[in-house]
Design a protein around this ligand. Sequence first.
Ligand code: NAD
Length: 476
Amino acid sequence: MKQYDLFINGEFVQSSAGVIREVRNPATEEVVSLVQEATIDDTRRAIQAAADAQSSWAGLPAIQRANYLTQIAARIRDNMDYLAQVISEEQGKILSMALGEVSSTADYLEYMAGWARRIEGEIIPSDRPNENIFLFRKPIGVVAGILPWNFPFFLIARKMAPALITGNTIVIKPSEETPNNAFEFAKIVAECNLPKGVFNVVSGNGATVGAELASNPQIGLITFTGSVETGTSIMKAAADNITKVSLELGGKAPAIVMDDADIDLAVRCIRLSRIGNAGQVCNCAERIYVHEAVLSEFTDKMVEAMTNTTYGDPLSGEVDMGPLINREQLSKVETIVERAVQEGATVAIGGKRAPTQKGHYFEPTVLLNCKQEMEITHKEIFGPVLPIIPFRHLEEAISMANDSSYGLTSSIYTKSLEVMMRAANELKFGETYVNRENNEAIQAFHSGWRKSGLGGDDGKHGLEEFLQWRVVYVQY
Ligand code: NAD
């Protein structure tokens, strides 16, 4: 049985209240680890350690900070198989996808390390003689990184790498469901001798540890990935201290399949959206608008592809899909499907919990006769369920796609340049994927519109979230 302690000020320590959480494997429902639960005091100690370490960390040349990130990336690459197993065991994604997550995590650290010599200030001409105006880029201070469970390891890098390369220090709070991988990350950080206090991990409840991070006045930036509901609470708590927030929240991505689409490509990519991580991916296609002219071809091929989807032990290396994260998520998906059926949807395949003895499995599901006004078209499903909604004209499809309180990603399948360009200009989402799967690049910018978020991650613009401007006027 694995056991994990909190990582505060460069040391592994026990919870001051001696509280321990059992972490379960969603495939077997068995306990796989015992993890220390931080108290509010433990969280404050982690924040204080990060605050104490920040100015000397920021004082290091950026290239030295980058060297730590590349060393961490190298150790991650050396331990790919083990780390992928840890992720798969507590989170339920299939091993090949967990390996992809570990590899992207190392890529992310290396990418952000590459910014060391590229973060530049500005010199502005003054209106006065003998004066220069200098604009410096400065770190914000202590960052709180609050994480969900769906890409737990990658998201540590997405928060800590830009924070550290820009001279901030960080306190990471993993999800209650998936703390193990965060402490494995901390072990690697410790082996790389990162200065004490620069990187801390406190596991525990959202309502205590998370809320303390959101409301503590020593925190300069809260970078959060998770649900809209929690994002709203964090923003409210941050408001009391005018703490900056960067929020990556939920999604309800539309996919539009036009009459000239490569149907095989559309089926392949959209199926991946629904079965990858068992459909628990914020940016993946959750509602599919299909042109009437290709509805029956698309539906037949999609039903066949979903029928051929295998599920079971994610560690076996032999299945396409693992379980959902927990019992609550399984009930949530079940209820959304039941309501859709009550509202008139028909089940082409699946539609229910899988008949397994153990594990939170839901059958790969395709729902036909769905309509724009149904709940399933608007509520985030986060499960292997694919609702199909027919349309006749592009205008209608774009209008239905835009009719959402979420605005994270969208996609369209077509061979027409005119349709691509209309989609690029008229779909109101932070990202649009044309003729490809929904999967963002680390050098781009992942940012949700409307209730999907505020600020963003990745690339140059994601890095800027971790910096503030400082202006110095020099008369000589
Ligand atoms: P969640 O909001 O329930 O929890 C996320 C984190 O917030 C957890 O660590 C939790 O403990 C913490 N938390 C809970 N209450 C808190 C509070 N009051 N104050 C501070 N922290 C608190 O989300 P989840 O169920 O772990 O993850 C799934 C959600 O994440 C989905 O909605 C998904 O779309 C979203 N997500 C978005 C992105 C993106 O890039 N936009 C990526 C991955 C997941």
